[in-house]
Design a protein around this ligand. Sequence first.
Ligand code: AGP
Length: 608
Amino acid sequence: MCGIIGYVGPREAVGVLLEGLRRLEYRGYDSAGVALYDGSGIRTLKTEGNLDHLEKALARFSARGNIGIGHTRWATHGRPSERNAHPHLDCKEEIAVVHNGIIENFRELKGGLLARGHIFRSETDSEVLAHLIEENLHGDLFAAVQASLRQVKGAFALVCFSAQEPGIMVGARMESPLVLGVGEGEMFLGSAVPAFLKSTSRAVFLENGDVVRVAQEGYLIKTLEGEDVQREEVELPLDIDAAEKGGYPDFMLKEILEQPVAWGDTLRGARDAAGALVLPDFNIPEEELRGVRRVSFVACGTAYHAGLIGRYILESWMRLPAEIDIASEFRYREPKLGPETLVVAISQSGETADTLAAVRGARAAGARVVCIVNTVGSLMTRESDGVIYTHAGPEIGVAATKTFLAQIAGVYLLGLYLGQVCGGLDGAFVRKTLNTLEAIPALLEEVLHDTACIEECAKRYYQSEDFLFLGRNINYPVAMEGALKLKEISYVHAEGYPAGEMKHGPIALLHPGFPVLVLAPRDRVYDKMLSNLQEIKARGAPALAVATRGDEEIAEVADQVLYVPETEAAFYPVVISPVLQLFAYYIAKLRGCNVDQPRNLAKTVTVE
Ligand code: AGP
């Protein structure tokens, strides 16, 4: 997620903008920039890298003015670079825009703008906003923004100003947050309250579809269609630390609860105007893909668990042979690879050393490589043939949560795309499944809305020193991920196991102080999972179950049941994973652990 700050008031804007961007650094970014009106025109300054680079450049930046906008960019379209950094300008350099979000139809919009002679300077989706506003600007920036945004599909929070109307900022939001800071004779717009909390604690939270016209003495809010809107001014708590976490106690909890948005953003733009699946960065020619006879996933940690799910999906949907290996093992095997093998590397950072080494080895062996990555422009995206980007935004918590779910979305998109290109899936199935995927956020909201039962279970078992997580078929990787989450944030010994393996050893471990969590949704292996539960109970161990809402049979056997909404078997990993994330989160909190920075762990393992 990008950071946005806008200012208009009596003070020198550059200092206010830099302070605001500093307060938004926690969100993660790869470049930054500012633009201001100096009385004669718009002056911009943009740098790649962190804010220290921008601050150093600003020391030599002579422009001064009392209206300006600033931005820290988390790249979604277009590599991290100075030219892709925001603010973006129109052709005449009379309008400056900063944007947070994903413009789904930017290719169509850009094509039209180019055809009408507009000159683009960047490869971003955001720049189309500057040129659309330019086309619609006829003396009223507010009206120009409304007219432009009525053409835009997707998520946006934007702030802009124009040299034609000095002293006026215009902001708008759709899905991506934007907040108005109401100061004494000065006004702010920010993507989050820390951007201006040092200057004012009075704020107006804009809603989807709001467009706000801001001058230093006041503001006006209307809808995209021009109806007046009244929004309440609220007094904010002055706790910056809490504000950075969006009011949540930890980034991890905030990111768990962001999963519906992360899922939706990952799917955003995956369909063209006709509703067909498109993966714009896949970059491997279709005729080459039709020669693929095998897929080989490589990844580490949580990403490996997403790859395990991908293997089930490809074999089930595509009947395509699929294998998977831990990246650090893959590189020491001597797998038989060639053009008939598609290697799929999964990595939220795109910088994990072992996975990078596996990618290099695979390409050296003649395989084509596509990576499923969350970080635009990361090394892995440059060393692979193609990319499926997840758009979970920056994940501050070390333990992967929303990026894991986004990776699962990525492997579903991979399965559908291969099926569509190689002919394994008919169009009706692809469209139906895309519709199902697009409806997932609502299911996730259901899961995340009712967490009391999960917290209650955590309270009952947080003092246990051992856990066994059991899953079968596509939920076996989910059990593995649930155990990893618990291990890495609460330091409790937990193992994820294929349920069928319990009798081949782990059952010897069971005792009354050794809880077992069984993933038993209503699918074709349900009865076998019920048997596992009975075997666990027979050994006197506590048995927790994750089950499909409405399943009363399982409540007769398990000691506690955590329910998830009913869905198709292929999608239970999506609705079960947040339950296990929260279970681990609550246990870790009860054990007094630092869930955002667990001991011994790094967010990205760039060493082997
Ligand atoms: C998971 O919670 C961990 N943060 C870790 O296992 C992580 O998934 C692994 O290091 C892979 O990281 P990557 O996705 O950035 O490649």
